[in-house]
Design a binder for this molecule. Sequence first.
Ligand code: HEM
Length: 459
Amino acid sequence: MNAIALDAPSATVWPPGPSSRAFLRSALLPGTNPIARFTAWQARYGNAFAFHLHGRHFTMFIGPDANQYLLATNAAAFAQGASVRLGPVLGKGLLTSDGPLHATQRRLIQPAFHRGRIEGYQATMAAETARLLDTWHVGETLDFSAAMHDLTLTIVGRTLFAVDLGHQSGDIGQSVNAMIRFLRFRPLALFRQQIDLPGFPYHRFLQSKAKMDAMVYRLIAERRAQGTDNGDILSMLIAARDDDGTAMTDTQVRDEVLTFLAAGHETTANALGWTFMLLARHPEIRQRLVDEIEAVLGDRLPTSADLARLTYLECVIKESLRLYPPAWAGTRIAREEVELRGYRLPKGTIVGFSQYLTHRMPEHFAAPERFLPERFDPDHGETHPPYAYIPFGAGPRSCIGSGFALMELKTIVPIILQRFCPALVPGQRIEIEPLVTLRAKRNIIMRVAGTNRARWASQ
Ligand code: HEM
């Protein structure tokens, strides 16, 4: 009797959450975004909630324990959820593949992100930033978000693929954006008809994809023809061989290249936009940062050796990534029945986690809505439990580019502040738009002011 009871399939008990009807109503409400919805449900149902739609089960677990369970301790029990949304664009690249393919590709690509390699990229990051700033003029108004997208795309192109995407940058940026917009989280997207006719979003999506593919396949063909090893990721991918000596197909190389172009520029560009918005809104913090930059660097461009001494800069960047994590949430799909916080979730359940919501938990971050870089001061700051602060994820699928991204942010921010003081153009409403990454709904527009202290003080 007992044995039968133990062996019987366990009953699924879902966390509380909105009914399908309430879910659809809120999702269709104009002006709402997933973060606003999740925040409202968190307030109502707590740090675990579920909703069910057409036989699919979605759950969201907020907090360090759930992050640890999903991303680290029990990572093997879950498949990457991003592949559902991003697979149509990125194929089976590192971000969207699973299982043995993911493990092999990760092992293969990892050396391109070793510390020494990344330090080698830093001079390019600095030079490209300086080159961009040569085109800025005091008094002009500029689309800061777009400028940061171009800069980070150029840097990824040069460092990882040894190509100059500068002149194509607008095109590529637009294509990536068009694809991401098409794939953004919309509950009805699952049921959307895919109409391939001029003027329809799916048609535009296919056009952007074809453009990107043509560009990337051209790049691969050129490099194969050259037969040279540039020491970059593209060379590594092309030279790589399986245990049985098989080379990667063009399609696999294409998937990886596109993954790095997409994952490696949009996130960092958004982080720069949010950081400069925060600095513009907090002149006292900006001033303290400028003082540090002056003391450590003077007028010199930073080298990788300088970056460790810019300790307040590190706090500012960490705090910006806490408040506005460019990767604001993620999902995993249970490969088997799992038990999380006492809930038994059947195979196939979609389990969400969110950096944005975890990073704003008052249990772990004092005054979580405030921009307080000193909370990350290694000597006098707050202590946070493991997995409470995860801008780059955690576990075997954590961001492979985190060292690259931090090096890039720590290089670009001081160079801009050495030469200019970007100020927000008054009157603009800056709102978050959580798509695949957390971006500003309308691009952030800045006025370029000089670094004259008196002028800053009067702003
Ligand atoms: C501030 C900038 C960045 C942030 C906040 C960020 C964040 C993340 C996060 C949270 C993940 C894990 C996603 C998950 O668990 O589902 C991830 C994965 C990834 N990131 Fe980043 N990222 C940044 C920059 C970069 C850069 C610069 C590159 C490449 C140059 C990059 C390449 C990747 C790749 C390839 C993955 C997939 C790793 C895997 O699944 O094995 N990221 N990133």
